[in-house]
Write a new protein. Sequence first.
Length: 365
Amino acid sequence: MGARVSRTDYEWVYSDEPHATRRKLILAKYPQIKELMKVDTNFKWTVLAMVFIQIVSFYLLRNMTSFWQLLLIGYCFGGVINHSLMLAIHEISHNQAFGASQPMANKLFGIIANLPIGFPFSVSFKKYHLEHHRYQGDDILDTDIPSRFEAQVFTTTATKVIWVFLQPFFYALRPLFVHPKDPTLLELFNFVIQITFNIIIGQTFGWHIVWYMIGGSLIAMGLHPVAGHFISEHYIMFKENEELVRKYSGNNLQNGVYINNGKLLIPETCSYYGILNAITFNVGYHVEHHDFPSIPGTLLPKVRQIAPEYYDTLCYHTSWTKVIWKYIVDPNIGPFARVKRPHKDSHNGQTLSDNICKESKGAKD
């Protein structure tokens, strides 16, 4: 079964999520970053082109019934585009299609981007994802973190392989158990539109194409290079990160944030600077994204260029394939390798942001 994971619990900290504090400090020093907080006008056309390409590919594959051929094409092509569309939906959840002033237009556009993926998730994703940003690491509200069931069951090399394969199912079903919410009318609409689209594709090109688009989406979320971002973004994979979390997780000024000559290290979020950012809307720039979620992915590299001292000293990944491999074989890494905080309602006293802002004000005075 392979080596057993050495971790027996999450890495608990007792501070607020750190990115709001970083955002304030960075903007105070580099106010020009606010100019990047805008909609990328090319984004929606890129998304529509990807949806069109997928529909054309369904037509071209309509006479191909070989399971293995469709699996290979789904793994190398269709699933990659669908995963990219999922990350487009991630961008749309931050109102990157039409801007924050048109929330309904963004939601409806997300449903369109959802079509080739095969299963409805656009509306539900936004409902949970924004809480992941606002309450990063929260024991209840952040459903991005593996459940205790996952962390206690998938504890060996072999079972971690299974967990990576099944990651799309855990990602989709975990919120229903950890933090269930009542379905909305828009979610129902998302479901009806998606099922209608699937029926049209099935009756027009064959039901094997419906399974092709759904299967491609699932395999590209599992043991696949582009799926490495699920693990690279917030798992503690660097020894330096673990040591910093342990050292600065107490109830003091530097809760969760290591300040060293103006350079902030956030060990619970990690960026990836590699070639696959080109087809994933720069989701690899994940520290930058959490610092500035209103900046489109195409402009996140400029954030790092403007404020290099806040990012160049952080640990980062260069290969999502290596991330998956390390996660599977390293006994120090498993579902427990995540930073968690007690539920927001249980936090008492001053927040980290309040403390650091007061300290900064005092230093200026």
